[in-house]
Design a protein around this ligand. Sequence first.
Ligand SMILES: [Zn+2]
Length: 314
Amino acid sequence: MKECSRHARFVTVLAVTLLIGACNPKRAIMEVAVGDMEKYFGAEEYDGSELVKLTDRVYTYRWTWYRSIVIDTDEGLVITDPFNAEAAAALVRHLKEAGLTKPVHTLFYSHYHLDHTEGGAALEPQRVLAHRGCPSYWADVDASRVLPPTRLIEGDQVLTIGGVRIHLLYLGRTHTDTLYAVYLPDERLLWTADFALVRTILPIGGPDYYFPGAIKAMERLAALDFDVFVPSHFGYGKKQDLVDYVGFFKDLEDASRRSMEKFGREVPRSRETLQDSFDFYYDELEGRYGDWHGFDENVLFVIVRATTGARLGY
Ligand SMILES: [Zn+2]
């Protein structure tokens, strides 16, 4: 039934698209695909912002489809990723409303990407931590909205701030080579940025950068002892959601290996091989992950990313 409704919807959309875009149907099909991303990003569902208490010491802050954590320590607040000026200003309001009026002891940047690191000045942090590789990237782009780190770090770090143990776990070559996860063993909670999600396909064919490294790092995190899993996008969940994501990536890796056995190690070039290869991946993934959020909107990107990455080694 679900399969039928999906096909019916596709045929309807295609027919309307071809009618509207009679002068340039290929462009019209692409416009529909791009517009469908509205459903993925949840323009209405993920509107606004909220602060929710998760454990004794930890809150999760959501701004649209972005999500960070706030750790309430005896020495002040520890906050991950400000995202941008608007998100940070809204967080300041939420903190005040929740009675969290301690100063921000530490602002931590999970990785250098601008959509995670702008606007931190509004939080007036006493110190800002980031991986030591971040500034070299910021030197190449307009990073004028990034509050510069006061301390650069590398490798794993264990901090104890105001009675809370905070493990900063360096994830190596994954989504950039500046990425950390934040593990709170006493709160039994893990937060990651742009890495694994809860029953949701990563956007634009993620993991951006290096797939083999992402699987290794994800397996490392899945071996940790925790209950609550909070990713930097969409909803939060349990450890099993991260374990499921390792399974998704391993299935993708396995499908890529079998796809190359079937269609050859060269990047497919003929229409027939390209379409057969697409069908192969689609069938493999749809059965197991077709009900994950964003499958329809992102599966083409995932397939293109996997097809290319497996053959080129990234
Ligand atoms: Zn990122």
